[in-house]
Design a protein. Structure first.
Length: 368
């Protein structure tokens, strides 16, 4: 009887490990929500975000926790725009937390500015209540909200929204788009202080200077080759591939930074690319219907399909290595140019990266 009891206990223990992995063993997450004022005066802010989203991703490329690269999830809202629904406080969630960065870029380029009522408190409340925030103490959760109207504007009390963030262990960083001495900045600063975040002021109309380098053309050429290693599958295959090409075009002014992001562990397209989907255990190749495969794979045997995917994955790694080498040379060149002529004003990426570097460390994320 004792032997049977021990056997049953051992079996239950194994099943609990296999079927119910511990929270500690799960990959840590970085959850980043960006909330942008899209009223008439915010064209510059939206443009800065579109240009710099890839620089922000690149700044996180070497972040680890417990020796692993965390999972990056990004969510995007815009607010303060009369084309949005008044019943929801002129607030719109463009995407919930997603690992697919091309979706974030696509949504950024969909924003059209318009006059409106900017309710920061309502926007923060929406983000806290609508997004699927992680409850793990090991994960990092942060909001960046940017705008230029009074922080207290609107029917939702900003302190109540900040308290929701505090209860969920979410940092709230506020970015005031205007003069640092403006009286309206005071509550933006108080909101960040209460939420254990940082407050910054930026000139949202500051043009982002993208420095050209001798390596840019080669990076563009390798980026085209990189895109050719993606294998679209299923209903999302064509959509995802078209989106990838479109966001390359949208990011043409800063294509080097985008291409660099595409070689980081954060650039995943499991919903439409067969290489990523199989690597991430989203699908099994034998379960993918023939009609959902690209035309060139449909007549292949299963073994041939496996070999084709393996070859594309190997080719991708070689190309990524080439891009990494060129990007390092480009970064060194750009850093030298910036030393000769430092930027005069802070822009969105610099304040976001500054906050992330200090706040991630409080959650034991290592910044290499």
């Amino acid at each position: 009887m004792q032997k049977l009891t021990r056997l049953l206990f051992a079996t239950a223990l194994v099943l609990s490990v296999v079927c119910f992995p511990s929270q500690a063993s799960a990959k840590a997450k970085i959850q980043l929500a960006i909330l942008l004022d899209s009223s008439n005066s915010m064209d510059g802010l939206i443009d800065q975000t579109r240009t710099q989203i890839w620089s922000i991703v690149n700044s996180l490329a070497k972040v680890t926790k417990d020796g692993e690269t965390p999972e990056l999830q990004v969510a995007l809202y815009h607010y303060g725009n009369d084309t949005l629904n008044a019943e929801t406080g002129y607030v719109q969630k463009l995407t919930g937390f997603t690992t697919e960065l091309d979706v974030v870029s696509e949504k950024l380029f969909s924003i059209k500015t318009n006059g409106g009522s900017e309710y920061v408190g309502w926007t923060l409340r929406s983000a806290m209540q609508e997004l699927n925030w992680s409850k793990s103490k090991e994960d990092f959760r942060v909001v960046f909200v940017a705008g230029n109207e009074p922080f207290s504007q609107g029917p939702v009390a900003w302190k109540d929204s900040i308290n929701l963030a505090l209860k969920a262990d979410v940092f709230v960083n506020t970015i005031f788009c205007g003069d640092a001495e403006d009286a309206d900045r005071q509550l933006w600063s108080e909101g960040a202080l209460l939420a254990k975040g940082n407050n910054f002021s930026i000139n949202q109309n500051q043009q982002v200077a993208v420095i050209s380098s001798p390596y840019d053309q080669q990076i563009v050429e390798w980026n085209t080759k990189l895109n050719a290693t993606y294998i679209p599958y299923g209903r999302q295959g064509v959509v995802g591939q078209q989106r990838q090409n479109r966001e390359d075009q949208n990011s043409s002014t800063n294509i080097a930074a985008r291409t660099n992001s595409k070689i980081t562990p954060y650039y995943k397209n499991s919903s439409w690319d067969l290489v990523d989907a199989i690597e991430d255990n989203i699908v099994k190749l034998e379960d993918v219907a023939v009609k959902d495969l690209p035309a060139e794979m449909r007549s292949m045997t299963l073994a041939e399909r496996r070999q084709y995917i393996k070859a594309k994955k190997a080719e991708r790694k070689i190309i990524q290595s080439k891009i990494e080498s060129l990007s390092k040379q480009r970064d060194a060149y750009v850093a030298n140019q910036r030393r000769l002529e430092p930027p005069k004003n802070k822009t969105l990426d610099t304040v976001i990266v500054q906050s992330l570097r200090t706040q991630l460390a409080t959650k034991r994320f290592k910044l290499n």
